[in-house]
Design a protein around this ligand. Structure first.
Ligand code: MRU
Length: 380
């Protein structure tokens, strides 16, 4: 895994978010560089906000590791990474043997889709890539044509995600008049997607429309995606952002300082239960207690029609070392046991609306989720 200093893909750059005067767009989350023999260039998000280091990923195990270490993270972004990773899986295939190309791609998809268990976008994107490869193979495509099709599919997933982020941003910005203070949890911004983000997209679009928006970013223990990544990307975009520790959330909401909450999601069950970064459930309970609207912003690729309720969503349990220390500084008694779930599930009844690229699902339940999935072609 080589390190580089800057991104350079001319083909897949989505429209960057922009906020106030002097705003700087975030660096591109990830990009494919070159043709079918190319590589993935991605921002190592573990180094933010101290350093902007880019990684050149050329092998499937490197991509699996980059996803597991959260170098690339956020549900839509790891889906895109998975799809590009399937193309990397063909690097060592014998291109004159189209069966070998399909077999290597399938093996890569199986490995990549298991890299992290919760975000369904990863499985969805890998399955979509392999479905395309199987169709091409069945119609007699050569090994080279299979690789070209896989790259085209991955680029489509990336470009569609960028377009969906913008659409969700437009729909979410309709809820904002200007002057609001929004609270968000974790990072569901540009750096979690191939576009302008999910939860942060309405904020970027509202800012483009000249609306003044303030943001509270929960720090999001233990890996600080809110304090390190959300605050960094919003500040660069010229958006007024204030970091609060997770423990300050309740007091901040209770004193009426928050007008609305916008969060992303890693997987939404068929009944509308929403899985997102651990701590989101607490925000949702507070939102209901204090009468603050709680919006989830997520593309249809984050919905899992095969999972009936939130109880069926696998919750990633991460290494206790993430809680015991942060960047080498001890933060828990060494002899204490540690439990480190990375996500939690918010019941649908606590969600004011889910904003998708096909519209807003108000007070989501099984019927309204199924209607949205059907309108987006995600139900058979
Ligand atoms: O562990 P992470 O950083 O990948 O968790 C990310 C989140 O929980 C995001 O809120 C979610 O993926 C939505 S991203 C648009």
């Amino acid at each position: 895994m080589r390190r580089a200093s800057s991104s350079k893909d001319p083909d897949a750059a989505p429209t960057p978010p922009s906020g106030g005067h002097g705003a700087t767009a975030p660096p591109e989350t990830l990009a494919w560089v070159g043709d079918g023999d190319g590589y993935v260039d991605l921002l190592d998000q573990t180094r933010l906000p101290l350093e902007e280091v880019r990684l050149e990923i050329r092998e499937v195990p490197e991509m699996v590791r980059a996803i597991q270490r959260l170098c690339v993270r956020g549900a839509p972004a790891i889906g895109i990474a998975g799809a590009y990773g399937v193309v990397l899986g063909c690097r060592d295939a014998d291109r004159s043997d189209r069966d070998d190309v399909l077999a290597r791609a399938s093996e890569a998809a199986a490995l990549l889709s298991r890299a992290r268990p919760t975000a369904v976008n990863l499985v969805w994107a890998c399955e979509r890539a392999i479905a395309r490869a199987r169709r091409e193979h069945a119609s007699g495509a050569s090994g080279d044509a299979l690789v070209a099709a896989l790259l085209e599919e991955a680029r489509s997933i990336h470009a569609e995600d960028a377009a969906q982020c913008r659409r969700m941003g437009e729909l979410g910005a309709e809820l904002l008049r200007g002057g609001e203070t929004i609270l968000t949890h974790c990072n569901a911004g540009a750096l979690a997607t191939g576009g302008i983000g999910t939860a942060l997209a309405p904020i970027y679009v509202a800012a483009e429309q000249g609306k003044e928006i303030r943001v509270f970013a929960d720090e999001t223990r233990p890996l600080l995606q809110g304090a390190r990544i959300t605050a960094w990307e919003l500040a660069r975009a010229g958006i007024d952002v204030t970091v609060i520790v997770d423990g300050a959330m309740a007091g901040t909401i209770s004193r009426g300082a928050v007008d609305a909450i916008f969060v992303g999601s890693d997987r939404i069950a068929r009944n509308g239960d929403v899985c997102n970064k651990v701590g989101t459930l607490g925000v949702a309970v507070l939102a209901e207690r204090y009468g603050v609207p709680f919006y989830v912003v997520a593309p249809l690729s984050t919905f899992d029609p095969a999972t009936e309720t939130g109880a069926g969503i696998p919750i990633e349990e991460r290494d206790p070392s993430e809680v015991r220390a942060y960047r080498g500084v001890v933060s828990a008694a060494p002899d204490a046991a540690v439990c480190n779930p990375a996500f939690d599930v918010t019941p649908a009844e606590l969600v004011t609306a889910i904003i998708t690229e096909v519209g807003r699902i108000e007070h989501p339940d099984r019927a309204s989720v199924e209607a949205a999935l059907a309108s987006g072609g995600r139900l058979g």
